[in-house]
Design a protein around this ligand. Sequence first.
Ligand SMILES: Cc1cc2nc3c(=O)[nH]c(=O)nc-3n(C[C@H](O)[C@H](O)[C@H](O)COP(=O)(O)OP(=O)(O)OC[C@H]3O[C@@H](n4cnc5c(N)ncnc54)[C@H](O)[C@@H]3O)c2cc1C
Length: 554
Amino acid sequence: MAGQEKISFDIRGMTCPSCEVHVANAIKSVEGVLSVEIPGWESSEAEVVAEQGIDAKSFAEAVRQAGYEASVRARQPADGKTSSNGKGDGRFDLMVIGGGSAGFAAAIKGAELGFKVGLVEAGEIGGTCVNVGCIPSKTLIRSVELYHQAGQERFKGISTSQGPIDWPQVIDHKDELVRDLRKAKYSDVLKAYPEITYIQGTATLRGGNELEIDGEAYAPGKIIMATGASPWAPPIPGLAESGYLDSTAALDLREIPESLTVLGANAVGLEIAQIYARAGTNVTVLEVLPRIAPFEDEEISAALTGYLENEGLQIVTGFQTASVEKAEGRYTLRGTQDEAELTFEAAELLVATGRRANTDGLGLEEAGVKLGKRGEILVDEHLATDNPEIYAVGDILGRDMFVYVAAYDGILAAENALSQAGRVYDADYIARITFTDPQIASAGLTEAQARERGYEVKVSTLEMKHVPRALAARDTRGLIKLVADASTDRLLGAHILAPEAGEMIQTAVMAIKFGITVSEMRSMMFPYLTNAEGLKLAVLAFDKDVAMLSCCAG
Ligand SMILES: Cc1cc2nc3c(=O)[nH]c(=O)nc-3n(C[C@H](O)[C@H](O)[C@H](O)COP(=O)(O)OP(=O)(O)OC[C@H]3O[C@@H](n4cnc5c(N)ncnc54)[C@H](O)[C@@H]3O)c2cc1C
């Protein structure tokens, strides 16, 4: 059986017994395939034995041409060998470097598989998400949202009066939540896994499967790199000398600044900009690309711009910053928009221009681990690096920087490293949320991406003013845009701008992942007076005027 592997596929779009035959024939048409087994079209699965090393894309393309979708779920040697490599000094089967969400997921999976795991952390246990990322930002967003809503009078007969926000108390409250969750979700969790040894220290690779932690040498069976990413700033003249806030510092200001310039209008920049605008700061957002939320659907970027401007934020796009200067406690940014020279002044400056992988000084290149142009670790579809003993997970990969992706990576890499599970990274369908108010929640392909990929595209756009829940809440900001493949009727992408849109998107994610068609969604009941019903209305809007519908998306 040498040189052969078993490959398990998730197949989407099979609806009858003849689909089974079409998919099997499509897979068999790939050179090197030895056998295909589909345990019934309802299983949505295929098991294949093939010569080793066939690119997953060849299968996906062959199946796509037959009108279905295939993604590799797992691949492993056909001899079924599953165990760690037995290499190393015997102390640890796996050493995970970095105690954030990706590292924790990898270490726990290693322990669950029955291996001895070392988990090394140089800084605060828990990493970015709990300490300086998701948790502090989302709790501050909620605090100012409540403050902002209390100041509005959307409902007749309801009036509120309030004093200024007690910011130091808000920050103390945020710190308390961070402390509680760090303990409950990280420190305490470790106690349940005696197989995991937590090591406080800084790790450096020494080649092969060797590494050093604060001077002590280790040779574990496998290594998983999970050292995350840090805020990155562009090389703008005067910026480094002036000093500036990064996201970590901006989420920890003890006083509300009188004015704030935010450089960068992706999720982190926009979320923090709105926090301070709602707390009373004069906020200007500067973005070098032609629109804010630049990687989202264009209609959504445009609508969000309007809502933020209505709240008093100044939004400037296509702005090329030429210099930064700090004098007498104030920042001055000079630059150009088209040909025009513009100057912005503020008491504080937040630079939110992205995050870069923490790979400096780890000895990665000496250990044979290849890095990309931005210092990120390059991995294959199994999250293995060029050094067969080393895998990499989470933000260190420089893509899809979300905590749920980090956790998914950690589990997948631990299974692949320790059990040769051959699982393949598949993030085509993941949801992306920007926690502004209204939120952006999107998944799958935008209209432009679907057209670029050659799909025959159909699009439905529904304004939130047609969604009964939004009308009852007297908040009709936003829109839902669905993108589908006209030839197969399958949903390809969903893009939502709405209050709490993040709560709606997973329905669409599941439809995209499991190949649910627009007509299947049309035939389902969605509960009345929920925002999720908006998805059903958007589905109906592919071929109906929803303004003419009676109650309950009928
Ligand atoms: C402001 C902000 C808001 C965010 N909001 C969200 C959100 O709402 N939802 C979401 O999904 N994602 C969000 N993210 C992204 C999310 O936080 C990250 O994707 C996730 O935390 C990455 O996890 P990680 O384990 O890869 O890295 P990290 O959590 O950064 O962990 C890496 C760890 O490695 C340690 N380390 C580094 N070098 C060494 C070394 N040499 N030896 C030992 N240890 C080392 C570091 O100290 C760190 O603790 C947000 C990020 C930011 C900055």
